[in-house]
Design a protein around this ligand. Structure first.
Ligand code: 5AD
Ligand code: SF4
Length: 467
């Protein structure tokens, strides 16, 4: 697949906003509702905020009730089969809502629909779906909705592969403290298990000045926690030749005046540099947290995964980042049960996990994705055998997390109060390293930085009191 980058002219986005205005005028005097349901990663959450931004501009109010909604959008993820099954389950259930409300428009978008066989399945077996559009078509969502409304026909726009870079699509953000800021789209790495490069085309970075303008706007609106998003942020800018690396981008965002935290994800180990660690150390607003997906501790499996590093290189990075920031919070992703992974391979993963001493870990059982190279590799082990490894890995990590969390007890740390746990009324907060702290306090305090003395912990969170 060739690299393609198509910057969408501003007048095209303006045209979409005019269509929103037209739809709003037609709907005037009537209450209209929309529901956007998101599966998968933060990148998808951010895309959903854009879809909601357009829907709000069309005059729709957001609802959680699928029977009330005039428009329903399912923003899907293709990374694991489980998420795909859930989408099909939800789509099946929507036959009932459409029966009760025949005018309801049902749309499906996101990574899943960029696989031809999925779009075909939706076309044939899910007749209640009116619209399918790929991530590259999101910028013209209003036009697609208008076509359905005026021409009363189903619309399928899974994506042209044009590598679109739209600027100026409005967001309706779901949070008042934390904001996602997408700095690039897609990834060029072709890890052999991963469907992402096959669904979202080639890596595309946004121009630094557009990112900085958005960051400034977020700070001015009062956001306190900005997460720079990309599948592989460390390769930011390489496709642009703009002379700004990811580390430099962090420094530039850090220069924006105001009290806020800069977070980022995800970093591929093959592209993590000392330049990044130095920026993390020097920038007082940048989180002291590195999410560095390992995937496997076995060199044989890492090779089969096409990860471009081995366990030695990975561990040298871990040592290096700790040289720069001794108390850095380190987290990772690990896939258990990659095709052909033996007990010996898995033991290597456990060994590395014990040596790296992560603060937290996201663990996944390998999910076969049609169209990826790993899908054709022999996979002789059963789900039950993989589950045994999976449980052992979690047990190993839980012990490490607990020890690391216990180290916080008695210490006073600065946190950002970022929300409320509706179940028990505790305020949620994050340290500069991104660890979750639960504190008693008044909801009106969310959005402020406070010092908290840590009093207790479990494997996944700290408990503290405001001092
Ligand atoms: N099966 C299981 N986990 C996967 N991931 C990506 N593709 C797969 C797959 N086919 C995991 C990786 C990645 C995280 C976002 O999802 O660990 O880092
Ligand atoms: Fe997928 Fe690998 Fe790219 Fe991550 S780095 S999105 S796992 S191909």
């Amino acid at each position: 697949m060739n690299y393609k980058r198509t910057e969408i002219p501003q007048e095209n986005i303006k045209k979409q906003l005019d269509i929103c205005e037209d739809i709003k005028t037609k709907n005037a005097g009537e209450s209209r509702f929309a529901l956007v349901d998101t599966f998968g990663c933060q990148q998808n959450e951010e895309d959903s905020e854009k879809i909601r931004g357009y829907l709000a501009a069309m005059g729709y109010e957001m609802t959680g009730d699928e029977f009330r909604a005039d428009i329903i959008v399912l923003n899907t993820c293709a990374v694991r089969e489980h998420a795909e099954m859930r989408v099909f389950g939800n789509l099946g259930a929507l036959t009932h809502t459409k029966k009760e409300k025949p005018s309801q428009i049902i749309a499906v978008c996101g990574c899943m629909v960029q696989q031809e066989h999925i779009t075909e399945k939706i076309k044939k077996s899910f007749r209640q779906v009116d619209l399918v559009f790929g991530p590259d078509e999101l910028w013209r969502f209003p036009e697609l909705i208008q076509t359905i409304m005026t021409e009363k026909k189903r619309v399928f726009a899974p994506g042209s592969g044009d590598g679109c870079v739209p600027e100026g699509v409005p967001h309706l953000r779901s949070d008042k403290v934390k904001a996602w800021l997408s700095i690039m789209n897609v990834c060029n790495n072709f890890c052999t298990y991963c469907i992402v490069p096959y669904t979202r085309f080639r890596e595309r970075s946004r121009h630094p000045e557009d990112i900085l303008a958005e960051a400034r706007g977020l700070v001015a609106e009062g956001y306190k926690d900005i997460t720079l998003l990309g599948q592989n942020v460390n390769s930011y800018g390489r496709d642009l030749d703009c002379g700004v690396s990811f580390a430099q981008l962090i420094r530039q965002v850090n220069d924006i005046e105001g009290d806020f935290v800069i977070r980022f994800m995800t970093s591929h180990p093959k592209d993590a540099t000392e330049e990044l660690f130095a920026a993390m150390r020097d920038c007082e607003k940048c989180e002291k947290h590195l999410h560095l997906p390992l995937q496997s501790g076995s060199d044989r499996i890492l090779k089969a995964m096409n990860r471009h590093y081995d366990s030695e290189k990975y561990l040298s990075l871990v040592d290096k980042v700790r040289e720069y920031i001794p108390d850095v919070v380190l987290t990772t992703d690990i896939i258990v049960g990659f095709p052909g992974e033996t007990d010996e391979d898995f033991d290597e993963t456990i060994k590395l996990v014990e040596r790296a001493k992560y603060d937290a870990m996201f663990t996944f059982i390998y999910s076969k994705r049609e169209g990826t190279p790993a899908a054709t590799m022999p996979d002789p082990f059963t789900r039950e055998e993989k589950q045994v490894h999976f449980d052992r890995l979690i047990e190993t990590q839980n012990k490490i997390s607990e020890v690391k969390h216990r180290d916080y007890i008695g210490k006073t740390v600065r946190v950002l109060l970022d929300g409320v746990d509706r179940e028990d009324g505790f305020l949620t907060a994050r340290t500069i390293g991104g660890r979750l702290v639960r504190v008693m306090g008044d909801e009106s305090m969310t959005g402020s930085f406070v010092n908290v003395k840590i009093t207790d912990c479990n494997t996944w969170a700290l408990r503290g009191d405001i001092v």
